[in-house]
Write a protein that binds this ligand. Structure first.
Ligand code: UD1
Length: 378
């Protein structure tokens, strides 16, 4: 069901007729975080259409961003819910098609690597509406993962590719994409700095009886782990083995599958483990800041741990953020107990990354500047 708020750009069209109409499409928690850094700048210089696919619908996953007024209410909520990634992509593209026909945006902006990212890119590309991809060029080189398919497809459909790192630019070049590629840095960085200034872990310490620097934070939600019973059991074994109090912020997908595999009760028996609902963004950043180490399969949490200078263990077999492994901030340990133990026992020396793009702190400004220049010079 497509819900449209009364506040649509068409009502403003007459007043700002010369300004381009740009549609930002998002739907998951990490995308809401990224949109939070660009939407205000975009709305100062363009007519902005905010479209939420509805992919994440829980209050903990999406609602807190609207409640905290980090994003204004979207103009359109597609309300898409689907059982598989494939049907999610198809339904998002199908729901956007009439929206794009009606509104004819001059460009669409899509973020990251989710079903919403590629659904938006497909719908726009079939109407020859130019696509801007924020966080372009990242690769894990594992096409079995939905996210990798989404990245590759979206990049190949995009006119403007905004890359966070030099590696991302090189990845695109290897696939023959060199036009419209811009190294702008990471939009997440700005949001992180803004949120970090008011995030304090004190409430967490009180609520869970934790001590600063003496607990672990765990997040895990990727389908490659949570939808694979064997890997899910390995995750539980890792969690049972941790030698300190641990906060496990449980994503709905992980929770559902832990219950289905009868592993939830096993986790509840671990005395040092606090099983909590997903935190809002501010609490996540606070929890990272106070942790001794973070164990995660999330791309965003890896970068936030690096900016917080907190050791980060990646519970996957690879990472797209090789800059972070190169500077000693991240170690890829998979779900291997020995590698997890070793990583937690050894000393970490976290250096500043050498990647000149990743070191930039004004990605959203650059993206908006480039996009507006490109759209107004056509
Ligand atoms: C999606 C993205 C992933 C991203 C992650 C961030 C895809 C293919 N995956 O994964 O790249 O890192 O978001 O969180 O797009 N669910 C709820 N409440 C919600 C959201 C989801 O209960 O608010 C449930 C859904 O019903 C579904 C499961 O969680 O059963 C998975 O949700 P889905 O949006 O398909 O993928 P994520 O695992 O969140």
């Amino acid at each position: 069901m497509v819900r449209t708020s009364a506040r649509t750009p068409s009502t403003k069209r007459k007043r700002g007729a010369t300004r381009p109409l740009i549609a930002c499409v998002f739907g998951t928690r990490p995308q809401l975080i990224k949109v939070a850094s660009v939407w205000q700048l975009l709305s100062q210089q363009s007519r902005l259409l905010l479209i939420d696919s509805g992919q994440h619908y829980d209050h903990a996953m999406a609602g807190t961003f609207y409640a905290g007024k980090r994003i204004r209410t979207p103009d359109i909520n597609l309300g898409i819910k689907a059982k598989s990634a494939g049907s999610q992509v198809a339904r998002i593209a199908a729901a956007l098609d009439p929206v794009f026909t009606r509104r004819r945006p001059d460009a669409i902006v899509t973020f990251g690597d989710t079903s919403t990212t590629v659904g938006a890119a497909i719908a726009a590309a079939y109407q020859n509406i130019p696509v801007a991809h924020v966080e372009a060029g990242l690769r894990s080189f594992d096409l079995r993962a939905a996210e990798e398919k989404n990245r590759v497809l979206t990049d190949h459909l995009s006119r403007w590719l905004f890359c966070p790192t030099q590696t991302a630019i090189a990845n695109l070049k290897n696939e023959g994409i060199t036009r419209g590629v811009f190294g702008v840095g990471d939009v997440l960085c700005e949001t992180f700095r803004e949120v970090q200034s008011r995030a304090t872990p004190n409430d967490l310490f009180t609520s869970f009886g934790l001590t600063d620097g003496d607990y672990y934070l765990v997040t895990c939600h990727r389908a490659e782990t949570t939808d694979n019973p064997e890997r899910l059991r390995e995750l539980v074994t890792v969690l049972e083995d941790l030698d300190r109090p641990t906060l496990f912020a449980v994503h709905p997908r992980a929770r559902k599958n832990l219950i289905r595999q009868r592993l939830w009760q096993r986790l509840k028996r671990v005395k040092t483990l606090h099983l909590v609902a997903p935190f809002d963004h501010e609490s996540t950043i606070a929890a990272i800041a106070g942790a001794k180490a973070v164990l995660t399969d999330s791309g965003g949490v890896q970068r936030e741990a690096y900016w917080s200078r907190v050791p980060c263990l990646v519970l996957r077999d690879r990472t797209e953020w090789v800059e972070l492994t190169n500077c000693g901030a991240v170690r890829v340990v998979g779900l291997n107990l020995t590698r997890v133990r070793n990583a937690l026992r050894t000393r970490w020396s976290i250096r500043t990354t050498r990647d000149t793009h990743f070191r930039k702190h004004n990605a959203s400004q650059k993206i908006v500047q480039i996009l507006l220049r490109e759209l107004t010079s056509r």
